[in-house]
Every structure is written in structure tokens, then in C-alpha cells.
Design a protein around this ligand. Structure first.
Ligand code: MN
Length: 364
């Protein structure tokens, strides 16, 4: 608890240094993920309405009366403001902002109506959408965060194992998903990181197949994409398996995807740009003749959000740093036929990539 408080204090201090450097007088956090990060408390993800950070004073957390006891229990060195009920909760936030001499106010994310409201209420102030200030901080994980992400990855491993065990002809996709999710819950998951995908047969050619009541058949390709939420952090893991014996074509695609992934995993070091890493996988797949069917980006950062910085995509200028946690997930999707994706969660470190997910990959 104490170390969490120190962590929160350090993150707020870092944000304030950034704000001062960039000439901001205040920063309004409305994103639950950013509030979780700055308070180092995952329950606050839901319990806080907004957070106001300023180099001039202690941060202010806005919360409903209903959640105020929880917030008080989690956070000690911040001011608490109880939202007045039965009206627009942003009225309270705007009032507090009015007390500030702040001219230039940064914010992370606001719906258009909320943004309009603040602009109208505080017409003399300048509001700037600057989500990258926090996403840059969040993408570099410390040791404690890496431990939590490792635990989340381990839970996903257990979920995947249970799901793969359930794969056999006659079983429905959602039954496979249910086995995986149940196993994750029993291992301590707070929930799923996202809706589990179990996409079989032709449906495996849809990267975001979700799952349906389709029954698995002999010869099917099955893409299972599963992840856990643990202590407010996420994991993301995909394996592709076959029902019965795969055909030579299925094996060829599977091997190509495996090769693309292992090439990247060998050479994932700080200093590389997102597009360079993406290109490594694309090059292997082009040598195998499948690059035209790799129709998404190679990977993304994972942390307080399942999708965050840095991005590993064809256009990403993000530079990998020690402490990044990313997915490496090449895929090949043959239209009207089948698809294969293999995904692991990896920590980028000075001494090389550290795999967080450890599910085995069948070799064909
Ligand atoms: Mn992913």
C-alpha cells in the first residue's frame, strides 16, 4: 500500500514536470485508465469521475458520494471533491477549474458534449487535447508493473491451455471460450481483458471472429485469442490449433506465421522503431508468399489498457524502449478459407526480449 502511494506520488510529480515544461497550468484526466495509473489504484478506475492535476497544488479527485469511502480508502495525499448529485457531474469539475488561475489546460479524453460543456463554461481558458503526455509515461513499465503483467500473462496461459483442451469435433466455439475464461477466473483474473475469440473453420479467416455457436469439425483451423485482467493490467495471447490432422496447406501457413513471429522475437530490442519491427515480420511473410494476407499490424503495447503505446505497425514512429510490453502477433488470413495467428506478450528490455506468455507452440 505504501509503495503504491509512493508510486502514485512519483507519477503525479512526473506529470507535473511535463506540464510545466509544456506550459500547461493544469491537466484534466477523464480517462479511467489514466486515473488508475496516476493513483496507482485499479479500483479508482471505476470509482473516480475525473482527476485534476496542477503543479500548483495537490491533485483533486472527483467522485460520487456513493464511491467516496472507497476513494478515501485508496488515496491519501489527494484532495477529494464529492460530486453534487442529480445534475451534470462536470459542473463540479468546472467550478473547481474556475478557482484556478489556469489559462492553458490539457486533457486526455472527453466526449464531444463534455468538451463543449467545458469550453462554454470556461470560455477564457484554452483547452488542449494532449493524451500523449500520459501515454508516453505509461508505455515504460517499472519492475512492479512487469510483475503484474507477468501474472496476467500466466493467467492467460492457463486459460489458453484449458481452451485448447476443450477443442474437439462437435464442441461449440463458445464452449471452448467458456472453458478458457473459467480457468482464468479460477486463477485469479478480475475478468477478461477483452471478448475471447474462438474462430473456427472459415471463421478463422476473420481476425476479429469473436465466438459463435458453430460446432468444430474435423480439419478445422481454430484461432483462440484470450487475455486476462489482473490488478488493473491486461494480457493478450493467441494460438492457432487444428481439429485432427492439418492439411499441407494449413501446415504451410502455420509455419510461415511461426517463422515471422520467431524472427521478430529474436531481434526485438530498444531503439527500433515500430515500423521496423512490423517490417521484419512482413518480410518473412513476403518470402513465404503470404504478406498480402497479413492484414493488420504486428502488435501493440499492453498495460493499463489492452491496446496502448507503443504501436508496432507499418507507419509507427514509436521507438521501442526498455520497459515496453508489447504483443507480437503476425497473422495470415486466406479469404473464404482459413486463418492463422500466433501472439505472445513480450517485455522489451536492454538485455533482449523477455516472453511473458509461455504457452507452447506446436511444431509441424
Ligand atoms: Mn493483441
Amino acid at each position: 500500500m505504501r509503495s503504491l502511494r509512493n508510486k502514485s506520488r512519483r507519477r503525479v510529480a512526473d506529470l507535473n514536470i511535463e506540464l510545466t515544461k509544456l506550459g500547461f497550468h493544469a491537466y484534466l484526466c477523464a480517462s479511467p485508465s489514466n486515473i488508475q495509473y496516476l493513483t496507482a489504484s485499479s479500483p479508482l478506475r471505476r470509482a473516480a469521475h475525473a482527476m485534476l492535476v496542477t503543479p500548483e497544488a495537490r491533485p483533486i479527485l472527483f467522485t460520487s458520494l456513493m464511491d467516496s469511502a472507497l476513494v478515501k480508502n485508496e488515496v491519501k495525499d489527494m484532495d477529494l471533491e464529492i460530486l453534487r448529485t442529480s445534475e451534470n457531474p462536470d459542473e463540479s469539475v468546472a467550478e473547481r477549474l474556475q478557482d484556478f488561475p489556469a489559462e492553458k489546460i490539457g486533457f486526455d479524453e472527453l466526449s464531444f458534449p463534455r468538451f463543449q460543456f467545458f469550453r462554454k463554461k470556461l470560455s477564457k481558458r484554452k483547452f488542449e487535447h494532449r493524451p500523449e503526455i500520459l501515454s508516453r509515461m505509461r508505455q515504460v513499465k517499472d519492475e512492479a508493473e512487469l510483475e503484474i503483467l507477468k501474472a496476467a500473462a500466466k493467467i492467460a496461459d492457463a486459460g489458453l491451455e484449458a481452451a485448447v483442451e476443450a477443442v474437439k469435433a462437435g464442441v461449440k466455439e463458445y464452449e471452448v471460450a467458456a472453458e478458457g475464461e473459467y480457468a482464468m477466473r479460477k486463477k485469479g483474473a478480475e475478468g477478461c481483458a477483452f471478448d475471447t475469440t474462438v474462430a473456427s473453420g472459415l471463421r478463422s479467416s476473420f481476425p476479429h471472429g469473436g465466438c459463435t455457436d458453430r460446432r468444430l469439425r474435423e480439419g478445422d483451423t481454430v484461432v483462440i485469442d484470450i487475455g486476462a485482467r489482473f490488478a488493473g493490467y491486461h494480457s493478450d495471447l493467441t494460438r492457432t490449433v487444428f481439429v485432427g490432422k492439418p492439411s499441407p496447406r494449413q501446415i504451410k501457413v502455420y509455419r510461415a506465421v511461426c517463422k515471422a513471429q520467431s524472427e521478430v522475437l529474436k531481434r526485438l530490442f530498444p531503439g527500433l522503431k515500430g515500423w521496423e519491427v512490423d517490417a521484419m515480420a512482413r518480410k518473412v511473410l513476403s518470402e513465404e508468399g503470404f504478406d498480402a494476407y497479413f492484414i493488420h499490424s504486428l502488435g501493440h503495447g499492453v498495460g493499463v489498457d489492452v491496446h496502448e503505446a507503443p504501436r508496432l505497425s507499418a507507419r509507427s514512429q514509436d521507438v521501442l524502449q526498455h520497459g515496453n510490453v508489447v504483443t507480437v502477433e503476425p497473422g495470415v488470413y486466406l479469404p473464404r478459407s482459413f486463418g492463422v495467428r500466433i501472439e505472445d506478450l513480450v517485455a522489451v528490455t536492454r538485455s533482449g526480449p523477455r516472453l511473458l506468455t509461455e504457452s507452447q507452440k506446436r511444431v509441424y
